[in-house]
Design a protein around this ligand. Structure first.
Ligand code: SAM
Length: 301
């Protein structure tokens, strides 16, 4: 019988190639057989943090020369990696956790390596994004990944305001010291009724997944200080999802639009529902345009 690791070895892994290898996001067992095979096969590993990666490799009994490729040196380090590829080496790229290039170094290295004419081969594996979405449900059937929001209050609010009418579910990464402020900012921007999934410490000992509304999010976090610890993926329902709250908003906005301009309709609807005025304004504009009203733009001014 073929062993599992032998299966991973059956593929041909050409020389002078960059292998982008996903590593676990918490649970060390979440490494693939192909990842282990390729990390054992390559001549060199480009790592976000050589100490972290050294420890990870040691757990699997792998020892390789490491090149540091992090946020602050990615372009220069890419030139060194390209020299190794020119010498015919196989080079792997890993980040500290999860899939390189997803809110992690790796993307600029990939650009540079491809521009230099070398092949890039991805090895799929753990990512906090896919892990959270896999347990979210049907309301995230279409989604947009937005990574980390700006850390400054004003810039964050502006970024969220621009997303008020975004139709797809939105996925954000967040750190523990900003989680409370960010969940509150999401509720302020998108109103109380949309669904929110807080996926915390995925694959780790204290993993938790909580799904409620944006209005309930801040209270859920406040109820237990432990809920504010660790790493987070936040997923928020999009504007056009058919949640009861949004359907109610549409009905209300339609009625108001028969009587008042878009701006006034959004203002009144916000006062009545507690939902975000900007989100309601964007939705009212859409509804008015659906009705083919050419005055909609004028109303905005
Ligand atoms: N490249 C990684 C990936 O594929 O998911 C993401 C790296 S990014 C620097 C780190 C962020 O990812 C964390 O702040 C958190 O938002 C999210 N994250 C990483 N591991 C996580 C986990 N185990 N549980 C929840 N979120 C996690």
């Amino acid at each position: 019988m073929t062993s599992l690791l032998e299966l991973a070895e059956t593929q041909h892994y050409p020389a002078a190639t960059l292998y982008v290898v996903a590593t676990p996001i918490g649970n060390t067992a979440d490494i693939t057989l192909r990842a282990l095979h390729v990390l054992g096969l390559v001549d060199r590993i480009a790592a976000e943090d050589t100490r972290n990666t050294g420890q990870l490799l040691a757990r699997y009994g792998i020892s390789k020369p490491l090149v540091a490729v992090h946020e602050h040196n990615e372009r220069e380090a890419a030139l060194r990696v390209i020299e190794h590829l020119r010498a015919g080496e196989r080079v792997a790229c890993v980040s500290d956790a999860g899939t390189p290039g997803i809110s992690d170094p790796g993307a600029k290295l990939v650009d540079a390596v491809r521009a230099a004419g070398f092949q890039v081969v991805p090895l799929p594996g753990a990512s906090a994004l896919a892990t959270a979405l896999s347990a979210a449900g049907d309301w995230v059937a279409t989604f947009t990944f937005l990574g980390f929001l700006p850390s400054r209050t004003k810039q964050r609010a502006a970024a969220l305001q621009a997303l008020g009418a975004h139709a797809h579910a939105m996925v954000f990464y967040e750190a523990p010291h900003r989680i409370v402020d960010t969940v509150q900012a999401l509720a302020d921007a998108f109103g109380p009724t949309r669904r929110l999934l807080i996926a915390r410490e995925l694959t780790k000992l204290h993993e938790s997944l909580w799904c409620g509304t944006l209005a309930e999010g801040p209270a859920w976090l406040a109820a237990d200080a432990n809920r504010q610890r660790g790493e987070f993926v936040l997923t928020v329902e999009g504007a056009s999802a058919q949640s009861p709250g949004d359907a109610d908003h549409d009905a209300l906005l339609r009625m108001l639009l028969e009587e008042v301009p878009v701006k006034g309709a959004a203002k009144i609807a916000a006062a009545l529902t507690g939902a975000s005025r900007n989100a309601l304004y964007a939705r009212a504009l859409e509804l008015k345009n659906e009705g083919g009203d050419e005055d909609a733009e004028e109303d905005a001014n």
